[in-house]
Design a protein around this ligand. Structure first.
Ligand SMILES: [Zn+2]
Length: 174
């Protein structure tokens, strides 16, 4: 049976009691991430452990596993990207306190007395881990595209007279 994450948690309380969370999140529920995806079939497997370290800092150690469907920017075909993210987030009550965290932590800002949706943290971490320019690792362009020299054809498209020829053809249509 599938186990979903709770919708609201108090991360500081979880840290005090040393709780763990296990569950799955539907990719379709991650609407900000979905903007970068070809489709949202699939789930993210989430594991989170909350605790307090030796210096008294509450933290969340997490692991998020999924496979995303992205668009390769070179060939514009689908590329599937397995993701396996390890996160270590220090809990703070205010952004200003984030700089006091030791270097091993990224901040997780939880405003006072607010409950937090743990799914939004999972989504943030996945978005941060997305490649800036997704590309297949192998050379994925068909050979004819490599030899026809698409740089030349791009130049043709931006020739300055082309907008005018479009305009004139519009005029004659009237
Ligand atoms: Zn490609």
């Amino acid at each position: 049976m599938r186990q979903y994450l709770p919708k609201e948690i108090d991360p500081f309380r979880f840290a005090n009691t040393g709780r763990e969370l296990n569950g799955e999140v539907d990719l379709a529920d991650l609407t900000r991430l979905a903007e970068s995806l070809r489709h949202t079939d699939g789930v993210v497997k989430v594991w989170m452990r909350f605790d307090i370290d030796d210096t008294g800092t509450p933290f969340m150690e997490g692991r998020f596993e999924t496979t995303l469907s992205l668009t390769c920017e070179r060939c514009l075909q689908e590329m599937t990207l397995p993701m396996d993210i390890d996160s270590l987030l220090g809990l703070v009550r205010h952004e200003k306190l984030a700089e006091k965290l030791s270097d091993q932590y990224e901040p997780w800002v939880v405003e006072d007395s607010e409950l937090t949706d743990p799914v939004s943290v999972v989504e943030d971490e996945l978005i941060l881990a997305l490649p800036l320019v997704p590309k297949h690792e192998e050379n994925c362009l068909p050979e004819e595209a490599l030899f026809s020299g698409d740089e030349d054809s791009e130049e043709e498209e931006v020739k300055p007279n082309s907008p005018f020829s479009v305009l004139s053809s519009l005029k004659t249509k009237k």
